[in-house]
Design a protein around this ligand. Structure first.
Ligand code: FES
Length: 122
């Protein structure tokens, strides 16, 4: 399987990995097919994502996607973050092997879920 240079870089040195204590919202999704789990923590102020971290129990692609996604979402408004699609992450990563494209769904779903929870809370 061929991973792009960027996927390998994110996998070796993931950005924004960990958890946020007192997060304003947390999203967690699992992939039924492979059993992998992704959790996204958000710190939000004035409708902007001030901080974002992830914990991923998953494959190399899922970890790279989480790292790229958190980079893309940081500093964005909630509306801009909701507009991030799995295609934009795959593009940012320079592509994913076809059998790994489904792994990019986890990140987007976890982020959307966290934002929805936050919106329902306020
Ligand atoms: Fe499960 Fe990639 S194989 S998320």
């Amino acid at each position: 399987m061929q991973y792009s240079k960027k996927v390998i870089e994110h996998f070796r040195n993931p950005h924004n990995q960990g958890r946020i204590k007192n997060a304003d919202a947390v999203g967690q999704v699992g992939n039924i097919a492979c059993g992998d789990i992704m959790k996204i923590y958000l710190k939000i102020k004035d409708n902007v994502i001030k901080d974002i971290k992830f914990e991923t129990l998953g494959c190399a692609a899922a970890i790279s996607v989480s790292s790229a996604l958190t980079d893309m979402a940081k500093g964005k408004t909630l509306e801009q973050a909701l507009a991030i699609t799995k295609d934009s992450i795959v593009k940012d990563l320079g592509g994913l092997p076809p059998v790994k494209v489904h792994c990019s769904m986890l990140g987007v779903e976890a982020l959307h879920q966290a934002i929805e929870k936050y919106n329902n809370k306020i």
